[in-house]
Design a protein around this ligand. Sequence first.
Ligand SMILES: Cc1cc2nc3c(=O)[nH]c(=O)nc-3n(C[C@H](O)[C@H](O)[C@H](O)COP(=O)(O)OP(=O)(O)OC[C@H]3O[C@@H](n4cnc5c(N)ncnc54)[C@H](O)[C@@H]3O)c2cc1C
Length: 415
Amino acid sequence: MKTRPAMVIIGAGQSGARAAQALRDNGWDGTITLLGNEGVAPYDRPPLSKAVLLGQKTTFECALYDEAFYREQRIDLRTDAAVRHIDRANRQVALQSGHSVDYHRLLIATGAAPRRLAMPGSTLPGVHCLRTVTDAQGIVGELSPGQRITIIGAGFIGLEIAATAIARGCKVVVIEAAARALMRAVPEIVAAYLVERHRQMGVEIRFAMQVDRIIGERRVTGVKLSDGTRIACDCVIAGIGVKPRTELAEAAGIDVADGIAVDDTLRTNDPHIFAAGDVCSFPHRLFRRRIRLECWKNAEDHARIVARNMLDRGETYSEVPWFWSDQYDMTIQIAGMPAFGVATTVREAGTASKIFFALDRDGVLVGASGVGHVSEIARDVRLAQALIARRACIEPALLADRSVKLKQMLTAEVS
Ligand SMILES: Cc1cc2nc3c(=O)[nH]c(=O)nc-3n(C[C@H](O)[C@H](O)[C@H](O)COP(=O)(O)OP(=O)(O)OC[C@H]3O[C@@H](n4cnc5c(N)ncnc54)[C@H](O)[C@@H]3O)c2cc1C
């Protein structure tokens, strides 16, 4: 069945849905086709590891828009329309169902897939990962008081699940292969501060340790570590990172470099095809290198810009990255790319809050990580974001001195 040429979006996730809306908002009056493969309308993933696992929110309540929205905006949302192939020569995508859809411009917003455990026992019932509403529904039933949960991976997802499981009365062990937590995201001092809090809350965390196999016959009963130790548990949750879903792009000959390689307008090497969100890597003017982000705000911001560029506006993308995480009563807000820093300066930000500033080797502020109460860190992280956007060079002593307001530093930079 042939359809009229349209703005076609592969991936009915956060970036895909927001881009569909942005196309309408920016005046595209023709067909918008949003192709998904999860069987449900686009939804927000961040609550899955927080409010959903805590039982405070249903997965249904995570939907980005209600059904009426798609009807009113004339967005042809197809939630069981996995794309099998991109035919660039004929500007067409082929669906698993055998149907095809012609495109005027194509957006690939296929996100990222969780890395799966590849070891004996990893397919046993009771072994989970967390990316989708279905995954969350599978985990929520495991988190009852007294359950022993082993989490593999001390990244943001693993640590958020650890905090949630503790709040639900579980006993939690986290196993991390690296020497410390959050290796790719923040400097060691920030990770250590968070880990300390997890330990205070009763989480047992072991670093530099691999899980060799998952033990169990009909269901998981434990894990065996590389040093031979066995840990008995009722459930294993893997948070060992994600891989950008680039298969369609690669097969179609679109450039890939740790994600679909787009330019600073989010266009691929095919002028009719764009990519946005977790799936793409893009050159960032401030950091002078190609980066790929796995965060909510990036998916939102990309969607807004890519829609305009699908309408030939040619706008460049240079937002300062911003990420947040919630663990216990703490919020973590990160601006910029703290991992690109070579030195860290700490500012006390209140009763139990700190801001960690990351400076590169030229003394340029490249990241700020606020940890603590949202009311004590949010404003400073926002101001730091503006300073990062200006590639500000600020004396570490001033950054550490709570009496010197960041607002003053920003005013000095602007003038
Ligand atoms: C549990 C969890 C908690 C998170 N918490 C935070 C947080 O606290 N803060 C933060 O900043 N970020 C957080 N994130 C990250 C954030 O949710 C992601 O960065 C964001 O969802 C990325 O959006 P996206 O549109 O790029 O990808 P996705 O939302 O993953 O959407 C991609 C969609 O494309 C579909 N798809 C893939 N291949 C095909 C195909 N061939 N055909 C059709 N459809 C296809 C996928 O199934 C998926 O539905 C969290 C993520 C998870 C999983």
